[in-house]
Ligand binder design. Structure first.
Ligand code: TRP
Length: 335
């Protein structure tokens, strides 16, 4: 019997993944797949909640995200990679859970509130978008996941999931659903190249896992440092200096980074030297991922086969939960 704790996590396939994802989640998943029973969900249905009129974007990005997973080192032998739209139990559980969540509660979710403001939705808000946290609760509970590795923006989803678990369990003859806990990445959110909080491909302020040598060089050269550090001999500031935040996130030698920081603050260490150090470690990190990714993305058939195999496994697991919940609610389970 498998006694490893279960993990579920996932991404909306709205674009290829970048170094922010690598630091925030991919790297962690690669480590966790050895110690946990890990499911990673490509959340295409959730991606559609704000791309309902542009399904092609979601469809096209499924293989992109999958190629990123494999390139980063997620191993389909150790991690079950699955597709949300292939798992009907997730949609059915969503329907059941929607009845125990009030409109007021949905409107109070701070992440959803932020997203609504950012996207400029008012009354034009798609109903599906409003309730995506309920569908996410279905994702998590269908796998009976104990741990959910996510970014801090997803904490309200975990809280809402646990409320649903509590309510549903009180309606069921036994606590069939499991409460879950977030696992936050040990490195905080990676700032973008220009020092802003939001990284995105369209803003051109991040690096994809497929970034070319030249793109890496340009990104590091353009990176925001301390604007008051004009001469090498001047003391420089570490706080808000993207080069040092990235060195913290990527450099394998922490002692060396600590020494560089001290030197920089004291004066006498130039931005160019720091940037060279960072560039070397990014080139070394990205080169093998770029090569693997290029091979995988050419073989969409292989990618889809991996997704199909994983989804078959996930289908069994999630169907079992759905059947238990239906039975527990006294609904006839006809097949
Ligand atoms: N909301 C997550 C995101 O935007 C994606 C997601 C969907 C997810 N279902 C999930 C994450 C279940 C963790 C668990 O990235």
């Amino acid at each position: 019997m498998n006694t490893k704790p279960t993990i579920l996590t996932g991404d909306r396939p709205t674009g290829a993944l970048h170094l922010g994802h690598y630091v925030g989640s991919l790297r962690q998943r690669v480590a966790l797949q050895h110690t946990h029973q890990q499911f990673v969900l490509i959340a295409d249905l959730q991606g559609l909640t704000d791309n309902g009129t542009n399904p092609q974007k979601i469809r096209d990005n499924i293989p992109e995200v999958l190629a990123d997973y494999l390139a980063a080192g997620i191993d389909p032998e150790l991690t079950t990679l699955c597709l949300q739209s292939a798992l009907p139990a997730l949609a059915e559980l969503t329907m059941l859970y929607m009845n125990v969540v009030t409109v007021a509660r949905v409107e109070r979710n701070p992440t959803v509130k932020n997203e609504i403001a950012q996207k400029g939705f008012t009354r034009s808000l798609p109903v599906g978008f409003m309730v995506y946290p309920i569908s996410q609760a279905a994702d998590i509970t269908a796998f009976k996941a104990e741990y959910v590795p996510v970014g801090d923006d997803q904490l309200p989803m975990i809280e809402q999931t646990n409320e649903i678990v509590h309510k549903m369990n009180s309606l069921l003859p036994a606590p069939l659903l499991r409460h879950c806990q977030a696992i936050l990445s040990d490195t905080g959110r990676l700032p973008s190249i220009d020092g802003g909080a939001k990284m995105s491909k369209s803003l051109g302020n991040t690096l994809q896992l497929s970034a070319s040598e030249d793109a890496i060089h340009k990104a590091v050269s353009a990176m925001y440092t301390d604007p008051h550090h004009l001469n090498v001999s001047d003391p420089g500031q570490i706080e808000g200096n993207v080069v040092f935040t990235w060195l913290d996130a990527f450099h394998p030698d922490k002692t060396k980074v600590a020494a560089m920081k001290a030197h920089y603050q004291q004066g006498g260490l130039g931005d160019r030297t720091c940037k060279n150090e960072l560039e070397t470690c990014l080139q070394e990190l990205i080169a093998p991922m770029r090569e693997r990714r290029a091979t995988y993305i050419q073989d969409k058939g292989m990618l889809m086969q991996i997704l199909q195999q994983g989804s078959e496994r996930a289908h069994e697991v999630t169907q079992t939960t759905l059947r238990e919940v239906k039975r527990g609610l006294g609904l006839p389970v006809l097949f």
